[in-house]
Design a protein around this ligand. Sequence first.
Ligand SMILES: Cc1cc2nc3c(=O)[nH]c(=O)nc-3n(C[C@H](O)[C@H](O)[C@H](O)COP(=O)(O)O)c2cc1C
Length: 176
Amino acid sequence: MSRVTDANLPTSELIDNFRNAMRHVAATVYAVTTQVDGERFGILATAVSSLSFDPPSLLVCVNQTASLHDPLAQAETFGINVLGLGNRNVAEHFQKPLPTDRFAEGDWQDWHGVPVLASAQSSLICRTAHRHEFGTHSIFVGTLEAAKHRDNATPLTYYDRHYIDISEAPEKARKL
Ligand SMILES: Cc1cc2nc3c(=O)[nH]c(=O)nc-3n(C[C@H](O)[C@H](O)[C@H](O)COP(=O)(O)O)c2cc1C
């Protein structure tokens, strides 16, 4: 059944319908990380996007209440780790309440002064170029400093509040 919503609805209903609409958007899961004064910070995020090729750049939207937010605003560089199916334990660990516990799972290494997951599907190092506050979030724009990837891509995907496996999707998509 389709559900129509518009700005004349009470805010709570509009937000509910927004949540439900976004629930059915399949999104790749990222671990966004940074390091300040030797301390590592990170959150799971899906609000990550490539921005432009000239200059090569990305953006990430971070809640201003997240433990990563202020360190990210302070740091000059940050890491975008694209998680694969094999990194599900890391994703679950990143949901731990204490930010310091988050790096206990997985092979985290220092790359360009940023924590990078060696087993991630890909990792991108960005230099913060711009920060824009909007509502509850800040949009961090970063220009690319370094990137590496694996060829056997099996992205960890979030859909309808669950992790799903879309690794068969490219094969099936060609058959359409
Ligand atoms: C699948 C998934 C995607 C998320 N995406 C984002 C996101 O894009 N931006 C964001 O600020 N928080 C996102 N969150 C929430 C953060 O991971 C984190 O739980 C929240 O910011 C609280 O962080 P803190 O405990 O470090 O303060 C996401 C959580 C999950 C489980």
